[in-house]
Design a protein around this ligand. Sequence first.
Ligand SMILES: Cc1c2[nH]c(c1CCC(=O)O)Cc1[nH]c(c(CCC(=O)O)c1C)Cc1[nH]c(c(CCC(=O)O)c1C)Cc1[nH]c(c(C)c1CCC(=O)O)C2
Length: 353
Amino acid sequence: MTAVPAPTPAPLPAESDLVRAARGLPVRRTPVWFMRQAGRSLPEYRALRAGTRMLEACQDPDLVTEITLQPVRRHGVDAAILFSDIVLPLVVAGVDIDIKPGVGPVIAQPVRTVADVAALPPLEPDRLDFLATAVRRLVAELGGTPLIGFAGAPFTLATYLIEGGPSKEHARTKAFMYAEPEAWGRLLDRLAVSAATFLTTQADAGASAVQLFDSWAGVLSAADYAERVLPHSRAVFDALGDRDLPRIHFGVGTGELLPLLGDAGADVVGVDWRVPLDEAARRVGPDRSLQGNLDPAVLLADRASVDREVRRVVAQGRAARGHVFNLGHGVLPDTDPGVLTAVVDLVHELTAT
Ligand SMILES: Cc1c2[nH]c(c1CCC(=O)O)Cc1[nH]c(c(CCC(=O)O)c1C)Cc1[nH]c(c(CCC(=O)O)c1C)Cc1[nH]c(c(C)c1CCC(=O)O)C2
């Protein structure tokens, strides 16, 4: 009889490859997860969400738990990300927001004046019980797989509040920033406080890492970002205090801002597909890890192109202190989920030690 080796116990999430890569420690293999891994690319998500509005689903701990687990089961990714949305803290505080399918968040009464800023309701932490419940359940279900908690950064939330919905140029947002610097500062302060409440709730309920999404910060010059935005993002990270969990910071089109995203308080800087990871590593320096940066559109191409691009990202990621494989932005709804699973397998195979 051959002795069957005892199965290795699942490591704790704090010892997972995601957390280790985020800290620049050696990994078993490069960890992989995908922004928007939960969502419309998955038929099981569409089935579960049918008949429930997005913002209602986000406040139902059963649905949040199940939707968050779906991509972990299907793809074998190395992290779960809480199913929620960046506008949720505003919704819970009482701001009238809807997420329109195919459009994004739409605000009934946009913030356009100093008085509008003053009238924004604060987020009461005791209204986040549903969030803490969902996170605790997820942590229990996930075993050794880490859960990433997240929040929207003050600037990106301000773009939705001021524009009234999604926009390309963010011209009203910038005009407000220049014309009303004091009210701008107050608005971003408030958004930083609610983002911090949202994040610390997830951290205290057991999340193993956090990501701050400043998706649209790339529309700013480095000088404006440094002076008018970075201090507020830093305040969100600072609110985590000495909680021992890695901090990821991401935005689209932020090639010129990468060192500043790090300076705001990140252990890991998320990079979109525009800057190769070896160049991004030079920009953020040796004290930070990188996350990224396969172009999500590549996943719609033929398998040979997917394979080639994944290999390139993995190779260039070796220049970083640590690498968390991800896309350069969220999974596109038309993506074949089988391709996502194949990417996870390929990254693991290429990087197994
Ligand atoms: C800018 C932003 C938003 N929301 C978010 C961001 C930052 C990330 C980014 O840059 O993409 C963050 C977000 N939104 C969602 C998650 C869940 C976790 C994940 O899997 O990444 C996360 C991390 C679910 C969602 N958030 C949304 C969906 C789609 C809802 C649906 O199923 O109809 C999901 C799964 C809706 C949403 N919410 C927002 C947009 C632009 C949209 C898309 C609108 C659309 O195309 O229908 C605002």
